[in-house]
Design a protein around this ligand. Structure first.
Ligand code: GDP
Ligand code: MG
Length: 175
């Protein structure tokens, strides 16, 4: 079986954009609305000759039955954050490498902290990817993600394709 690499993180940080860039647009759906990917999506890819399966864990983020606007402590609708956390638990069980994606434009949110608390408890390799670092100022801002205690954040822009090679280098180092 190929090694599994799961991309986890709260909705709207750019998980599907990264996944689509790696796998091709036929599999994941990305829209401007947060959370339109309904299920976990699996796609095979390779980097420097290493083949692995990438998992986009965003799913069931819409149509979960929760009234719009009902927001929990973390600023995300309750079911939505539960889903993020259950996907993170699943990633810890199933994946060989976990990519924890965050948003360099918004900075750290309470939802990010909740995911980070969980990921700090696994012995599996976790790579922090600070996405949406589209310019020099955003790349500088990304140092704040060191505070998760999960190692050096890899700064990327999934839209521009900048830094994604560095992220893939880090991923295959851990396979
Ligand atoms: P997901 O919910 O984590 O899967 O996030 P999506 O991939 O659906 O992206 C959410 C939004 O962020 C979309 O509007 C994307 O176009 C946007 N986005 C994703 N990556 C980047 C990036 O590198 N830079 C910027 N500026 N926007 C991005
Ligand atoms: Mg998504």
């Amino acid at each position: 079986m190929k090694p599994l690499v799961a991309v986890v993180g709260r909705p709207n940080v750019g998980k599907s954009t990264f996944f689509n860039r790696m796998i091709g647009e036929r599999l994941a759906i990305v829209e401007d609305m947060p959370g339109t990917t309904r299920d976990r999506l699996y796609g095979d890819t390779d980097w420097n000759g290493r083949v692995f399966t990438l998992i986009d864990t965003g799913g069931l983020e819409l149509g979960s039955g929760i009234p719009v606007g009902q927001v929990g402590l973390t600023g995300q609708p309750g079911d939505l954050m539960e889903h993020v956390m259950s996907q993170a638990h699943l990633a810890i069980e199933e994946a060989d490498v976990i990519v924890f994606m965050v948003d360099a434009r918004s900075g750290i949110t309470a939802s990010d902290e909740e995911v980070a608390d969980l990921l700090r408890r696994t012995k599996k390799p976790v790579i922090v990817a600070a996405n949406k670092a589209d310019n020099a100022a955003r790349r500088m801002d990304a140092v704040e993600f060191y505070s998760f205690g999960l190692g050096e954040p890899i700064v990327i822009s999934s839209i521009q394709g900048v830094g994604t090679g560095d992220l893939l280098d880090r991923i295959v180092e851990e396979l």
